[in-house]
Write a protein that binds this ligand. Sequence first.
Ligand code: SAH
Ligand code: SF4
Ligand code: F3S
Length: 449
Amino acid sequence: MSGKINDNPKKYLTITFGCQMNEHDSEIIAGMLENKGYLSAEGQNDADLIILNTCCVRETAENKVFGLLGRLGQLKKQKPHLIIAMGGCMSQQEHIAQRIKQRFRYVNIVFGTHNIHELPALIDRAEYQKNQIIDIWPDRKDISEGLSVKRFHGVRAWVSITYGCNNFCTYCIVPYVRGREKSRQPEAIISEIQELVRQGYQEVTLLGQNVNSYGKDLSSGIDFADLLVKINEIKDLKRIRYMTSHPKDFCDKLVTTVSHLPKICEHIHLPVQAGSNNILKKMNRGYTREHYLELVDKIRTAMPGVSLTTDIMVGFPGESDADFADTVDLVKNIEYDSAFTFIYNKRQGTPAAGMQDQVPDQVKVARIEKLIALQNEISLRKNKLEVGKTLECLVEGPSKTNADLMSARTRTNKIAVFRGKQDMVGMLVPILITGCGLTHLEGEVIPAE
Ligand code: SAH
Ligand code: SF4
Ligand code: F3S
């Protein structure tokens, strides 16, 4: 029975782990379910349907899901009609699907990353079928266009431009669980953004594991820079962001394009992973330290004031003290605005998991602590440089850490908190920066003349 013709509609809850791709997939799942007549639940207790959208990029992400599945098993004892569906990157791995089949029989549906559009039909089946349904596709057949999306954020919207990844960095599980790289047709992307603008969105973030390789699989010859030119022309759109950029594919044409187009924000997330050529090679990243440093130079010359952020990993197999020192040296040299730091974690089925000379845990921990301390010092110093400037900020909503303050985002992707009112949400306002912390700026709105 679907919720559509029912006076007492069923309620769903999505619980999402992992990156923006997963967050956005959950928006699509929510859109499909609301189309089907479901309402969004307040929490686990009033939900009739709980969908876990999982991540497997590191073991910690997986452990969280197993912990949650255990708790949901208890909940299901009290609410036998509860339907539990598990999708996302974890489900896409064969050994995990097997484990769910054997140890978590009460999970009604296991689906993958390539067939989320099938979920409504799977839910219909689960309403009358007692047996666990496992439906995972090895890869995406075609890109499903036109699915309804329920945006969780009212001010900035995510738009996928590519799915999957072809890079096979030796530590990474993503290519195995997200399939081969596929680009959406430019027309589909443009019309989605035009519709978002009609709905009042002013900022979009283009998503892909490697946005810079957009279009390589399309016959039209369009590349990422060409796509940006088209998006920049969309009337009333104010800001364009994109992630993730892969350093090996950030070509000169793209540097010129992002520095010239007025709507492209001055922020580039450019994961470096490691500062040592020896490790970059073993990671199969496809660039050298020298190439990366030269690219950063080109970007900074073309776009003075650009903010640069990165992902860095410590403890990749074979990482020596000298290799780690190269990473520290690179971080000191570049001075990122902020960085996500990770301890290398073995992922089953990836080449690095089978490499000899894995680094002992205590060495990894000591390295990441040193790196975090260094980056924190740099981040704070960089934020202090913003004090005294007036920055254009897009107001997003109440601050997550202080209910008396509102939160806005600079073009450089920094959070600025200020005293303001709820009705400012969605407005672009000039904010004079008066102070800062490690992860945010503080300021006050400059009143219009
Ligand atoms: N496509 C993006 C990143 C996707 S995963 C890119 O190429 O940069 C996000 C980050 O998780 C990666 O940048 C990497 O730093 C980290 N990561 C991926 N696999 C990991 C692993 N096995 N152990 C630790 N961190 C990992
Ligand atoms: Fe993983 Fe590398 Fe692809 Fe990023 S580019 S998703 S790190 S394989
Ligand atoms: Fe995790 Fe999948 Fe994203 S593994 S990081 S949710 S692509």
